[in-house]
Write a protein that binds this ligand. Structure first.
Ligand code: BGC
Length: 608
């Protein structure tokens, strides 16, 4: 039935009536109205499509279908994964877009959620959970700005970040993407991150477009309710709770809107008994009308169509609910066809399409995209090394949970230190997922970065012998080393692939700790993980315990604090439970079984 619309003949070369929209002296509203008034239906619908770059069948399709945006999803990179490789690739796409009648530039999006970390050689900052532990909005804003500069230098003008989820169950594989389980901390840090991305450019333009996500209620899905057969809780059901909506989930988004959010991503979860993507009262009434969000709503990945028998109807329902741009991310021909038919049949009104496209164009004008093309401005941002900033962020993100008889700080004159554990010499594990690949990399093959072991070696005095064995196999006997450092933790995971019933230490890491304990007088355990791990049975045997989260490429920041060059200032961004029966934990810290957690939110020791 829809096939006649699949063939994409070029839009008739209708001459432009005015070029007011290209005039930088006009207001953005006037420019949007001028452009909108000259667009054909087909040109408008194309703007509502967001396509994964590897799904573009022919480069000419960008102009032929008037696509609104492209993205690098799931780690999709240019063949040459360098800053220049990215820039050349995206410039090429923009060149194609400029060849259409109206020459509307593309949004190009990526998940630069902890630095522009898909690019090989980028400085990778701590994941959001570590930034939550710093509770330092100034630092968070600076990191976001540094990230935006790297993005801008590669032509990526849109970041699918900051994450405003509020996780209440550490079994979820996305806990580390969130700042905290405290809506207040999430609001403050999320707004700081957004400002860092958007406000850093010239006075008039948004620097890099931020996308607070995921609207709404991500973090309180119920274990075992995932609609994705491979997952447990990710993409699951958030109970419909009007009180939590107002007190926990909406506030971070309100704060982001006040800070200037111009795009917001709708999550893949279900709210109550319906996927959130189809809920007009939450998308249009609560966010656009009540909160006053003037930007555009973008769907997440295949979220509009996932599990839907009829893609046509799913598209109609999502757009009418308030979705403005659909991350398809694959089939754009079909989308254009579906929306065209829906409009002709009166199922999606002209007003809804104009509203959606107007919102998208508003963001594009705010970014100065049209002006970069017309004035051929040179892009002055450069891709740089931010190691010092990242190393400082790592130091601020560490949380000291236990320090028996002041085992820390380590004296720089200590004679001998033994280091063990799966995460001691592994930059891939330190970075976690969303680094080079969607699921991250395990190992040390990244071109830059300092492992925690290397940091310890650098920091220790010249007279200190630092021995390393991943498994903790050191000579046993009378001559114990005065100190062992076990750096243990999780291997990288992203999204539902990280859902786990038992967030615990691996057998190998538990063994490494035991071996270290038998060959050292005292042992400090450093946990490198995306969430608190359940260590109730082991913790009593540790002399010291540090949560290092997923620190990124600059492992040297860990040694700075272990050796006392810098203080411990981090505090737990969320409670550290004892056992799974305590999950989920409310944002007020109430456990499911009513028993106390191991360490409450905001806990963190300091040096005397
Ligand atoms: C994730 C989003 C992400 C998007 C684009 C989805 O699978 O849920 O957080 O921004 O992919 O990569």
């Amino acid at each position: 039935m829809f096939t006649s619309l699949f063939d994409a003949k070029p839009v008739t070369q209708v001459p432009l009536q005015t070029t007011l929209y290209r005039d930088t002296k006009q207001s953005i509203d006037a420019r949007v109205q001028d452009l909108l008034s000259q667009m054909t239906l087909k040109e408008k619908i194309g703007q509502m499509a967001l396509v994964e770059k590897n799904s573009i069948r022919e480069p000419d399709d960008i102009a032929r279908y008037h696509l609104g945006g492209l993205l690098s999803g799931a780690g999709a990179k240019p063949e040459e994964n360098t800053p220049q490789g990215w820039k050349d690739m995206i410039d090429g796409y923009q060149e194609r877009a400029s060849q259409s009648r109206l020459g509307i530039p593309l949004l190009y999006g990526a998940d630069a959620i902890h630095g522009h970390a898909l690019v090989e050689g980028a400085t990778v900052f701590p994941h959001a959970i570590g930034l939550g532990a710093t509770n330092n909005p100034g630092l968070v804003k600076t990191i976001a700005y540094a990230t935006a500069q790297d993005m801008k230098a590669t032509g990526v003008n849109w970041n699918f970040s900051p994450n405003l989820d509020v996780p209440q169950d550490i079994r979820w594989g996305r806990v580390y993407e969130a700042f905290s389980d405290d809506p207040e901390r999430v609001s403050v840090l999320g707004a700081a991150y957004l400002r860092g991305l958007q406000d850093g450019g010239s006075a008039n333009n948004v620097f890099v477009l931020a996308t607070p996500k995921h609207y709404l209620g991500l973090g309180s899905m119920v274990w075992g309710t995932s609609k994705n057969k491979n997952y447990q809780i990710d993409q699951g059901v958030t109970p419909d709770n009007a009180e939590l909506l107002q007190s926990v989930y909406l506030p971070p988004f309100k704060e982001a809107v006040d800070a200037g959010a111009l795009s917001i991503m709708v999550g893949l979860n279900t709210w109550g008994d319906e996927r959130i993507i189809f809920q007009k009262d939450l998308l249009t009434t609560a966010l656009k009308e009540d909160v006053g969000f003037k930007g555009f709503l973008v769907s997440d990945w295949y979220g509009v169509h996932e599990g839907q028998r009829h893609k046509f109807w799913a598209t109609v329902r999502a757009i009418n609910a308030g979705v403005d741009m659909v991350m398809l991310p694959f089939d754009y021909e079909e989308f254009v066809s579906h929306v065209t038919w829906a409009n002709r049949l009166g199922l999606i009104s002209d007003e809804r399409i104009d509203d959606a496209v107007g919102r998208i164009l508003y963001a594009k004008f705010s970014l100065g995209l049209f002006d970069e093309v017309t004035e051929n401005k040179t892009n002055s941002a450069s891709f740089t090394n931010h190691a010092a900033l990242a190393q400082d962020a790592v130091a601020q993100s560490l949380v000291l949970l236990k320090n028996e008889s002041s085992v820390l700080p380590i004296s720089q004159t200590i004679s001998h230190v033994r280091v063990a554990g799966s995460s001691a010499d592994n930059v891939g594990r330190q970075m976690g997922a969303w680094s080079i690949e969607w699921q991250g990399v395990d190992g040390n093959w990244v071109p830059n970065g300092t492992s925690i072991l290397e940091g310890i070696k650098e920091k220790a005095g010249p007279q200190t012998v630092v021995e390393y064995s991943e498994t903790g196999d050191f000579p046993q006997g009378d001559k114990k080393a005065p100190l062992g450092i076990a750096v243990v933790g999780e291997s990288p995971y992203a999204e539902g692939w990280g859902d786990t019933m038992h967030p615990i230490l691996s057998d190998a890491d538990r063994e490494a700790i035991k071996r270290l304990q038998s060959s050292c007088d005292k042992v400090v355990v450093v946990i490198v993980s995306g969430r608190p791990l359940l260590i109730e049975n082991e913790v009593t045997s540790f002399d010291g315990l540090v949560a290092a989260w997923l620190p990124g490429t600059e492992g040297g920041g860990v040694a700075d604090v272990l050796f006392g060059s810098k203080p411990f200032t981090g505090t737990l961004p969320l409670p550290w439970p004892r056992r799974t029966e305590q999950l989920p934990i409310t944002t007020e810290g109430v456990t499911s079984d009513g028993t106390p957690v191991l360490f409450p939110r905001s806990f963190g020791l300091q040096y005397e």
